[in-house]
Design a protein around this ligand. Structure first.
Ligand code: SF4
Length: 422
């Protein structure tokens, strides 16, 4: 059995091949390779909705070629029947271009081979010195298929950066796809490895990136923008904190003390402010869920430094202590001022004039005189040099204006809302 080292595999993978032409495709094969993985990325992609996996597989997504997916979990074939297409692709006998999606990290099979074993494998074949067929390591399949692939897409943090199987102390020598193939690797269409991190990634991030790459391969769109680490830039260009539903609490300096509290989770271990991810703004599945929406702190699972640089999990990071102390100080004042404005905009103009709030749910306390005075000046400041509601052009400069519509006494005419019983 040939033993793969990252260097030799990288060298094999970068052997120049003729670049494939762009053009309309009827069909594209997708080989989903499973390395050191928990299959969570498979679960995630099967929950994608925009576009959904079923749309890609049935060829009903406009402008998309039909996707023939060769997936070890989802396929109906098994054994040699399932592996036949892999062998054809390796030998260049496939009837259409193909894309490789790698799920799970790539193990260093040299380590397992020392004791005659393997870490992860797909299919089997005869090997010299063995009477029976021997498992083919997934790492070897990656090495075989990557050079001829239109694109190689690493799906999930294990496949992108090594993830949990590559954590400090792991015995497998696990690594990410780009670490295995080498920085000079280019697919048959000239693309480096595309990385969609996440543990598991948002399903829509996976299908949307595949969709965007296929659109490019179809010659119908530009190559999507990727950042310097090969992540889709439009999905990972911002921190998860910026789209977090709790970010307003952070800004106002209000922090959760216990799990289950509705405020910002930074003081109980959230790394969101420094983590490139879109799970809260996009939602986990069908625009719903997402870590902090569901009450979980961000532990940085999309990041190359995960998991070691975020461990121990759920412990407050020193950096967030500094920034949250600053937010608490400024937030205390901002919160009070906003509370005043919030009370003001919860009050109809009409209620000011009538002197009571038309709510049967509670006795709403009328605005106090200091409140009204404060907001009178606030409003003048806000409307300075702008047209005031109910005034004509040219009346902007008036301080008091006139009552419109109608006269002040109209508001006090209860015949509008109360019927005379007689
Ligand atoms: Fe930012 Fe985390 Fe707080 Fe959300 S919970 S606002 S991501 S620190």
């Amino acid at each position: 059995m040939p033993l793969l080292s990252p260097e030799s595999a990288g060298a094999a993978a970068t052997t120049p091949r003729p670049r494939l032409p762009l053009g309309p495709l009827d069909t594209v094969h997708v080989f989903w390779l499973a390395g050191m993985s928990c299959d969570g990325c498979t679960i995630a992609v099967s929950g994608a909705t925009n576009p959904g996996l079923e749309g890609l597989l049935t060829g009903t997504v406009p402008a998309m070629p039909k996707v023939l997916l060769h997936h070890p979990v989802l396929a109906v074939e098994a054994g040699a029947d399932f592996m036949a297409a892999h062998h054809k692709a390796w030998k260049g006998e496939l009837d259409a271009p193909y894309v490789v999606c790698m799920e799970g990290s790539v193990a260093d099979e040299r380590i397992a081979a020392r004791t005659g074993g393997y870490w992860s494998a797909m299919g089997a074949e005869p090997r010299p010195g063995h009477e029976t067929e021997q498992p083919i390591p997934t790492a070897e399949w990656l090495s075989r298929l990557a050079p001829g692939a239109a694109a190689v897409i690493a799906v999930g943090t294990c496949a992108t950066w090594g993830g949990i199987p590559a954590a400090e102390g792991n015995p497998t020598g696990a690594m990410g796809t780009a670490d295995f193939l080498g920085k000079d690797f280019r697919s048959a269409f000239g693309l480096p490895v595309i990385n969609i991190p996440g543990c598991a990634p948002v399903g829509d991030n996976i299908t949307e990136t595949i969709f965007a790459v296929l659109l490019f391969l179809q010659g119908l769109g530009p190559l999507p923008a990727f950042d310097e680490l090969g992540r889709p830039a439009w999905l990972f260009g911002s921190t998860v904190h910026r789209g977090c539903t709790r970010a307003g609490h952070y800004e106002e300096g209000v922090f959760a003390r216990d799990y289950g509290d509705p405020e910002c989770l930074v003081e109980i271990g959230c790394w969101g402010p420094v983590v490139n991810c879109n799970i809260v703004s996009r939602g986990a599945i069908n625009h719903m869920g997402g870590c902090m929406r569901a009450g979980g702190v961000c532990i940085g699972c999309t990041m190359p430094g995960f998991p070691d640089k975020f461990s121990p999990f759920l412990k407050t990071a020193p950096g967030s202590m500094v920034s949250s102390a600053i937010s608490m100080t400024t937030g205390a004042m901002i919160r009070r001022l906003r509370r005043l404005s919030n009370r003001e905009v919860n009050y109809e103009k009409r209620w000011d004039k009538v002197g009571e709030v038309a709510s049967g749910w509670a006795d709403v306390t009328p605005r106090s005189v200091p409140d009204r005075v404060l907001h009178f000046f606030y409003e003048q400041w806000f409307r300075m040099r702008s047209r005031h509601p109910g005034r004509r052009a040219g009346e902007e400069a008036w301080l008091w204006g006139v009552d419109r519509p109608g006269r002040r006494s109209d508001y006090l005419d209860d015949s509008v809302v109360r019927k005379d019983p007689s």
